[in-house]
Write a protein that binds this ligand. Sequence first.
Ligand SMILES: NC(=O)c1ccc[n+]([C@@H]2O[C@H](COP(=O)([O-])OP(=O)(O)OC[C@H]3O[C@@H](n4cnc5c(N)ncnc54)[C@H](O)[C@@H]3O)[C@@H](O)[C@H]2O)c1
Ligand SMILES: O=P(O)(O)OC[C@H](O)CO
Length: 334
Amino acid sequence: MGAGSWGTVFAKILADAGTPVTVWARRAEVAEAINATHRNPDYFPDIELPGLVSATDDAAVALQGADLVVLSVPSQTLRGNLAVWKEHLEPVATLLSLMKGIELGSTERMTEVIAEVTGAAESRIAVLSGPNLAREIAEEQPTASVVACVDHGRAVDVQKAVTTSYFRPYTNTDVVGCELGGAVKNVIALAYGMAAGMGMGDNTKATIITRGLAETTRLGVRLGADPTTFAGLAGLGDLVATCSSPLSRNHTFGEQLGLGATLEEAARVTKQTAEGVKSCRSITDLARKVGVEMPICDAVERVCHEGLDPRAAVAELMGRETKPEIDSLRSDND
Ligand SMILES: NC(=O)c1ccc[n+]([C@@H]2O[C@H](COP(=O)([O-])OP(=O)(O)OC[C@H]3O[C@@H](n4cnc5c(N)ncnc54)[C@H](O)[C@@H]3O)[C@@H](O)[C@H]2O)c1
Ligand SMILES: O=P(O)(O)OC[C@H](O)CO
C-alpha cells in the first residue's frame, strides 16, 4: 500500500522472492504506468519491475485476498489511510509496516497506530527496518534488514517471503526497538546533514552518530526495548547508512538547512518524504512524556520548527554539562 520510493522497491523484492504483488498507488496514472511499462516513472524510471508486480489505484482490489499487507505511506497519513482501508483487510492478514516515523499528537509508533485503527492483535503486526536505501536495493546491491514481530513464527514467515539474492532479512521479536531505531535515526540524520552542510568533518559526524545512538537507546530502553537491538541493523546499521548517504532524504534535508536553506527550500530539494522533519517533534514529545533527555533530537526540533540557527544549536550542544560516558548510555541517566 503505497507506490512511492520504498513501496515500489519492496514490491520488487517480494516478486523476486516469488510472491505475486498488487501495488496500491494513490494516483491512477502511476498504477496504469506500472501495468503498462513495468516501471514506476515517478521514482525509478530506469528499473524494470518483475512480471509478478501489478498495480491498482483501488485499495479494495489491492487488499482482496492479500495475506501479507505491506504499508508504505508517510507516517503522518497512515491513520487516515487505514481508516478507509480496514474494512477491506483479510481477517488473518499479516500487517507489515515499512514506515519510519512517530505519529504527531499521539506520539504512537506505526505498529501502535495499526493496532489501534484495525483492531488487529499484536501477533499479526510486524515491522521491517534496517539500512535500506531504496535506490541501492532497486539496483540489487546486497543489503540486510530486520523483520520484527512479537510472534517469532510470523516474523519467520515474512522473512521467507522477502529473502532474495540481494536482500537478507533477520528476525527480531523487539518491535519497539526496531521501530524506534528506524524513526529516531531520521532525526539524527538531519543533524548529521546539518553538520555536513556547515562544513564540519568526520570527528563531528562520528560524534553525532555515537551520541545519537546513545539517546535513541536511552529512549528505547525506557520504553521497554532490548538495548542489543540498537547495536543491530535497525539501530546502528540504519543510523550509519542514513546519516552518511547522499541518497537519504533526511541527510539531504539537513544538509540544506546547514547550508542556510529554509524548511520550504529544503523540502523543494528533497521532494520525497523526509520523515524526521515531522517526527523530530513527536519524538521529543514522547521523550518528554517518559522523562528521557534527547539533546540532539531536541536541537533538530528547534532548528526545524522554532527557527533556531544550526550553529547556535551546535554551541548549545557543546555547552551542555559534562558527564561520564557510561552513565549517559543508561536510560536512567541522561
Ligand atoms: N525510500 C527509502 O529508501 C525508504 C527505506 C526504508 C523505509 N522508508 C520509509 O518508508 C515510508 C515511505 O517512504 P517512501 O520513501 O516510499 O516515501 P515517498 O515519499 O517516496 O512515497 C510516499 C508515497 O505515499 C504517497 N502518499 C503521500 N501522501 C499520501 C496520503 N495522504 N495518503 C496515501 N498515500 C500518500 C505518495 O504518493 C507516495 O507514493 C517512510 O516512512 C520512510 O521513512 C523509506
Ligand atoms: O531517505 P531516508 O532518509 O528516508 O532514508 C531511507 C531509509 O530509511 C534508509 O534506511
